[in-house]
Design a protein around this ligand. Sequence first.
Ligand SMILES: [Zn+2]
Length: 374
Amino acid sequence: MGFSEFLGNEAMVAALRGALRAERVPHAMLFTGPRGVGKFTLARMFAQAANCERLKDDFCGECATCQRIGQLADLDDLIARGLAERGESADAATVERVPLILQSHPDVWVMVPDPVRLKSPVARPVLRIGQLRAVQRAAYFQPMGRRRVFILDGVETMRADVSNVFLKILEEPPGSATLILTAPSPFNLLPTILSRCMQFHFAPLPQAEVENILKAKGTLKSGEVKLAAQLSEGSPGLASEMNVQAVVERRQAILRILEHAARGQGFSQLFAATNQLAKDRESPYEDLLADFYGLLSDLLELNAGLKSPQLRNPHLAKELQALARSVSSNWVMRAISGIDELASGARRNLNRQLGMDALAASLSPTPGASPLPR
Ligand SMILES: [Zn+2]
């Protein structure tokens, strides 16, 4: 047990352990990196090490404190309990008054984007002001153990006006608490937040390492291990939970849309394809957009004529090569900025189907325009 169980990003683990050993722990840290790469896991391990009853710069995993904090490894259960306690049909006011706080030990507080399904428009999960106010109130209490740790997962979901509450805590950090923020990347966070946090960027793991982790876990069929490792782009967490077949099908569907659009096969066919995709309630919209980006980056690489391009979708290499021959890099860039627009529309809860239709239509050759090079 201990930090040795954390795989990849060794330098970061060493830095955290060094800080604990020297008793110079930062008051606010920002962990960025792709989903499933281990940001939350390392934050939880840090909380254990900061409070372990036996060790100072590591955690034993056996003392009562380690065990209680260790329960955070399975958040689903805590989330389900939290939502049940608040009641099934919570309204917006109740959601703020009874913020979703996940706790298995009095000194460690976890906040995740609240998955409550408020009515129209269906709100996507965000960190709510009630959650941040709860952190603000709790941060100044003395810890029962050595250090209070507040983990705020997914801070990119925080609205800009809400983050002002948060800045107050970052400006006058309590001495015996550490805030750990996680986000996919630092780029969509306010500079005022970035400048007050020590930043740690998690690199994706090499494919072979992900494969080894998957084999050790044994949750995937052996035939799927290699493909899952490829498709997860270096995130073992993402790979081990992946429904490989579903991801493969989703990416094929997106590729079909791009093919239809590029060849101008008519809007009805195109919109039937986008409709199919927009109905896919299993996959979060962010995943769909990420898949679009992944396929378009592959097209760009192929278009650039690199000798041995490192495709994100090697299983679709043949189809991608064919498509790359029929579109210009200009077209690909236009598609990428179209996806950027969809992504910003998603943050404002715009209708997915309309957004995708508009994008697909904009990529089709219009009458009178010069045909795309084949
Ligand atoms: Zn311990």
